[in-house]
Design a binder for this molecule. Structure first.
Ligand SMILES: *Cc1c(COP(=O)(O)O)cnc(C)c1O
Length: 357
């Protein structure tokens, strides 16, 4: 007897390693710095909007996310048909690949980058073409342009790059796009764009306006602090956005998530104040690390990257002993989220005491 078999690619899907929660301790307050979450609790207006939506849980959500689309369309001055909401921007990656890739088609992305990319690519039975980062942990856009072949359907640009931190500039992206054939989609995955403070920052929405093959993915999970509700959106030209919506899980974005996302957009000034506080903390951490000899890559998200090679596990263990859960990538490095000031102080202590050599 032969048992039912999934498609061959399913066995090859790498496991997603979620950021671990802290081990409960009685001796000290622990902090979860492993998933790039916002450490602040939701704003009061967001909680009350979510509560109101809970009252309607016997009904399906609005499948068209009409109120959310209206809010996003007005905010970014884009047509309604250029929007697609999904259960987190991770879902948009899956949807895009399932809509555009035949088995064996190629998807170019930087590596190391967001760990969901190889998972989504393998799930779609597409072929990932990972292009190594430069020595300073940035996308190597020249090499990425050279990696495009006749089979390439999608390029994923992660800016700022998770987990290493650097963000792409407008000049870099413009030069790259000039090399990309018009039938290859280029995703600007901007999960952390609110945290970017560089010269010549990318205007992703302006870039999408100028290029039919460019689309932007954003999420409410990071700066907006709604990771638990699973909501993200794409801004894409109408045919691409329609394809994203066509393959989406019906009623995926819950009523509560839609309501909380809208309330968050309305609370943007307060939310962006908090982002400003996190950026200030990030700058403080990076400076303190530099003072003790840690030259981390340009941190433009709400996290810092420690290039540790084989010592990634040892660093994570040292952080754990100090009550901090970080995200190790075996044999490579650790990503540590910028959290509460006390958590950041402890990170500085751990890194100061840790011997790299
Ligand atoms: C966190 C993250 C996302 C989105 O996460 P969702 O919670 O699914 O919206 C997308 N891209 C990158 C690079 C991320 O780090």
């Amino acid at each position: 007897m032969t048992a039912p078999q999934p498609r061959r690619n399913v066995q090859q899907i790498p496991a997603y390693v979620p950021g671990k929660p802290p081990t409960p301790r009685t001796d000290l307050v622990t902090y979860k710095l492993s998933s790039n979450e916002n450490p602040y609790p939701p704003l009061p207006g967001v909680i009350s909007a979510a509560h109101a939506a809970v009252e309607t849980m016997n009904r399906y959500p609005d499948m068209g996310s009409a109120a959310l689309y209206a809010e996003l369309a007005a905010r970014f001055d884009v047509p309604l048909e250029d929007l697609a909401a999904a259960t987190g921007s991770v879902a948009l990656i899956y949807q895009l690949l399932s809509a555009y890739c035949e088995p064996g088609d190629e998807v170019v992305h930087a590596w190391r980058s967001f760990e969901a990319y190889p998972i989504a690519i393998t799930t779609a039975a597409a072929v990932g073409v990972p292009v190594p980062l430069t020595a300073d942990a940035r996308h190597d856009l020249d090499a990425m342009a050279s990696a495009i072949t006749g089979r390439t359907r999608v390029v994923l640009l992660c800016t700022p790059n998770n987990p290493t931190g650097p963000a792409l500039t407008q000049t870099e992206v413009d030069a790259f796009l000039a090399e990309v054939p018009s039938d290859v989609l280029v995703v600007l995955d901007e999960a952390y764009y609110e945290f970017v403070r560089i010269d010549d920052p990318l205007d992703a929405i302006g870039t999408y306006r100028r290029h039919e093959n460019v689309l932007v993915f954003r999420t409410f999970s990071k700066a907006y602090g709604l990771a638990g509700f699973r909501v993200g959106y794409a801004i894409a030209h109408a045919p691409v956005a329609a394809a994203l919506r066509a393959v989406s899980l019906p009623f995926g974005v819950s009523s509560v998530a839609q309501a909380a996302a809208i309330a968050s957009l309305e609370a943007q000034p307060e939310l962006l104040d908090r982002v400003e506080g996190l950026v200030a903390e990030r700058e403080r951490v990076v400076k303190a690390l530099a003072e003790v000899g840690w030259d981390v890559p340009d941190a433009q998200g709400n996290f810092v990257w420690f290039d540790l090679g084989e010592k990634a596990g040892a660093f994570a263990a040292a952080a754990d002993a100090a009550g901090l859960v970080v995200r190790p990538f075996a044999g490579d490095g650790c990503r540590v989220t910028i959290g509460e000031p006390e958590a950041n102080d402890r990170l500085i202590e751990v890194a100061s005491a840790f011997s790299k050599d």
